[in-house]
Design a protein around this ligand. Structure first.
Ligand code: SF4
Ligand code: SF4
Length: 333
């Protein structure tokens, strides 16, 4: 029996996280892609806009972190400039979430002190990863990941768990150890973008999540890897909190939409937009109004978007309360 214990990472007051989607374009076409060009357009932010928005969201009195995303952020020719600019402004941590292709020679344009690199891998071998992410993606991603490790970059791996790869997760810790990866993010397949409309059932059940993810996290932690994964289900004694009310997260898209909750990104209910170089709060029935609704099921957006997955007890109360999707837990070596 494992002695590893998970710790919940509470929302941190005084910290702001900027999830900056530089573009929606990508060279891949993963089955579970959450990018939604209908809502977020097909534009790429210019170098000038990148600088302007980095300035707009930075606060010197807070711990400001930026995560560059896409589409594939390394397809942006000015990503390296954006990383250096964010560093100069004073962002505490800078992360690039990449599919592993590392376009525009990124590894030779930034140094390991500039940014953390997160690589998406959805399987421990090509036979599992490539049907989800595309032909030869496993080889390209792991080859570039090894190069980054050899150059001294702080490297993590993100694994999106779906019904297609759930039963292969247990082989990831050995691979990560072999690759020299020290941090492992396990995330649950979303209910956004392609996975929301896919005809294959990619979603996993609460029972599958609870029986597989914590033991694999413990196994990885034992192998010396720091593991972070979503909380998903709250214990009866645990307090529910909505990041929209208790944390400062901004999910910025190239068309100027700014969301506070990732579950809302498929709908035009963003709390803010960037207009005339300013961050403007939008009036009307938007995500911020939903955050205020207290329901026994926990997360309001989860209830609205996939209420049919919540099971109820005979007295009508939910079997599990669903935590905020941004609430994580960790296991450390
Ligand atoms: S790499 Fe990311 S953005 Fe590109 S298709 Fe896959 S999930 Fe979508
Ligand atoms: S996922 Fe749910 S709890 Fe978290 S910010 Fe969105 S609405 Fe709030």
């Amino acid at each position: 029996m494992s002695t590893m214990k998970a710790t919940t990472l509470e929302f941190k007051p005084g910290e702001r996280n900027i999830f900056f989607h530089l573009l929606t374009a990508c060279n891949l076409s993963c089955c579970h892609c959450y990018i939604n060009p209908e809502q977020h357009g097909t534009a790429t932010v210019s170098k000038e806009t990148m600088e302007e928005w980095l300035r707009l969201f930075y606060r010197a009195d807070k711990r400001s972190n930026v995560i560059f995303l896409g589409g594939e952020p390394t397809m942006h020719q000015d990503l390296a400039h954006g990383i250096h600019f964010a560093k100069k402004l004073g962002y505490e941590t800078i992360t690039v979430d990449s599919n592993g292709y590392l376009f525009h020679d990124l590894l030779n344009k930034i140094s390991p002190d500039d940014a953390v690199l997160s690589f998406s891998l959805d399987g421990p071998e090509p036979a599992v990863n490539d049907p989800i992410r595309g032909q030869d993606v496993f080889t390209t991603c792991t080859t570039n990941l090894k190069k980054a490790v050899a150059l001294g970059f702080d490297v993590s791996v993100i694994y999106t768990v779906s019904s297609m790869n759930l039963h292969h997760l247990e082989r990831m810790p050995a691979l990560l150890q072999q690759l020299g990866v020290q941090r492992f993010f396990i995330q649950v397949i979303g209910i956004r973008g392609k996975s929301a409309t896919s005809t294959d059932n990619l979603q996993i059940s609460p029972e599958e999540w609870l029986s597989i993810i914590p033991p694999v996290a413990a196994q990885a932690a034992k192998a010396g890897i720091h593991v972070i994964y979503p909380k998903v289900f709250l214990e009866p004694e645990e307090k529910f909190g909505c990041a929209g009310l208790e944390a400062e997260n901004f999910f910025i898209f190239p068309n100027g939409r700014v969301y506070q909750c990732p579950l809302c990104e498929d709908f035009p209910i963003h709390s803010f937009e960037i207009c005339d170089h300013r961050l403007v709060k939008r009036d009307g029935l938007n995500e911020d109004r939903f955050f205020q609704l207290a329901i026994p099921e926990g997360c309001v957006m989860n209830k609205l978007l996939q209420g049919d997955t919540i099971n109820y007890q005979a007295d009508g109360s939910p079997q599990h309360r669903i935590s905020c999707c941004l609430l994580k837990q960790e296991m450390r070596p």
